[in-house]
Design a binder for this molecule. Structure first.
Ligand code: 0PR
Length: 386
């Protein structure tokens, strides 16, 4: 009910604390299935300081808009582009919708179709429904990467683009983006890479010596990339990233906003009024951590993942779905549903996918938390009925 009279600030806070005490927190070490983490303290400071900035009216916040564009440039550089076009947006969902919208709008197809892996994130379902683009699913291979031959088979005259995933939601698998890029060039269709998760992992893991294929604008068929700072980028929610290789894609999705403070401006994002603070935090984190800083974060996460995967193998009744590629480890057990239920009852914030449990080695996930989890898991799996 909407209250007649207001409450004291302290009383409001007290009530809120009580209500949110049911939430799991990252510092508890119990959240193992999330792609988000506790943001970096500098990013939190920046969001607090610049909470009033609105990139939906860049004429008012000219400086912030320039910073957003600098952040877009730095992300473009990380992804192998000297100059890119795009925005810091609300997350991977908005970024993917913008990419599909751009591909649809630059094409002149009557019944647009998008070919994408069966492992694609559900944000493409929203894009499909909103944009009237039919999704054509390509099969996965045994290693859970997309079957490039099947992608080729599914390309038709109605195809507006294809999608590859660099760090799948469930398993962290990186598709064969070089082969998809070749295919895209052969058939003259744009390739979108969903690196919402992998974008802030793969470049650093490669620099550390992990063998991972090219996945970004270094491949000429790649026309757009989703890369989310609110996942491994250490920036508070909401902070996603969409980068396009060419300006024409952004132009194809821009609408005029004629009455704003900056005069007639063009808006490509799905959201209108949108947080400047988070875009500034993206810029600040990249400046503060630099390539070396992110490399350190990713290196620790990758090491913990390999260790954890090996520990899982030692538990009878537990099996890996596949060897980890990035810092995501997914496993199955006998009586999976029973195990999931009991893990949740014991307070573990796991991500229960169809057929397996996903653990994401985010920076807040420490070895001691995983040791405790492994003890619980072993006990539960030994106890449940086969
Ligand atoms: N693309 C990929 C590959 C993703 O994994 C995700 C989100 C998205 C796009 C969409 O991004 P946004 O959620 O930012 O719009 N993947 C996570 C997932 O579904 C999102 C998430 C994050 C879920 C934290 C739970 C959680 O606690 O697992």
């Amino acid at each position: 009910m909407f209250p007649d009279e207001g409450m004291e600030e302290e009383a409001v806070l007290k009530e809120l604390r009580k209500k949110t005490s049911e939430d799991l927190t990252f510092d508890s070490g119990k959240i193992l299935g999330s792609m988000c983490t506790y943001p970096h303290s500098l990013a939190i400071r920046i969001v607090g300081e610049y909470i009033d900035r609105n990139l939906g009216d860049p004429g008012l916040h000219v400086g912030s808009q320039k910073v957003e564009m600098e952040a877009v440039q730095m992300l473009s550089n990380l992804l192998g582009l000297e100059r890119g076009y795009g925005n810091i947006v609300s997350g991977g969902t908005e970024a993917n919708i913008m990419a599909v919208r751009a591909f649809r709008n630059v094409s002149s197809v009557e019944k647009p179709e998008l070919v994408l892996p069966e492992s694609a994130h559900f944000s493409f379902l929203k894009a499909s429904e909103m944009l009237g683009v039919k999704l054509v699913w390509a099969k996965l291979r045994e290693d859970y990467s997309v079957d490039v031959r099947d992608v080729e088979d599914k390309i038709t005259d109605s195809t507006i683009g294809i999608v590859g995933i660099a760090g799948t939601t469930g398993l962290g698998v990186v598709d064969d983006i070089p082969a998809l890029s070749d295919l895209a060039l052969d058939y003259g269709v744009p390739l979108h890479v969903d690196a919402a998760f992998g974008g802030f992992v793969i470049p650093f893991a490669r620099a550390l010596g992990y063998e991972l294929p090219d996945f970004d604008f270094r491949l000429r068929g790649v026309k757009s990339v989703t890369i989310d700072p609110h996942k491994m980028g250490m920036v508070p929610i909401p902070a996603g990233g969409i980068i396009f290789r060419e300006k024409r894609f952004v132009e194809a999705i821009s609408v005029p906003a004629p009455y704003l403070a900056g005069g007639k401006v063009w808006q490509a994002t799905i959201t209108g009024t949108r947080p400047g603070a988070n875009a500034l935090a993206v810029w600040a984190m990249i400046k503060h951590l630099g390539f070396e800083g992110y490399k350190g974060i990713v290196g620790r996460a990758m090491e913990v993942s390999r260790w954890f995967a090996n520990e899982l193998k030692k538990i009878p009744g537990v099996y890996l779905i596949r060897e980890p590629v990035l810092n995501i480890v997914s496993f199955g057990t006998k009586n999976l549903e029973g195990v999931e239920e009991e893990l949740k009852r014991r307070g573990w914030g796991i991500s229960a996918h169809r057929g397996y449990i996903r653990i994401v080695m985010m920076p807040h996930v420490k070895r001691e938390h995983l040791e405790e989890f492994l003890r619980d898991l072993q006990e539960i799996v030994a106890g449940v009925n086969p």
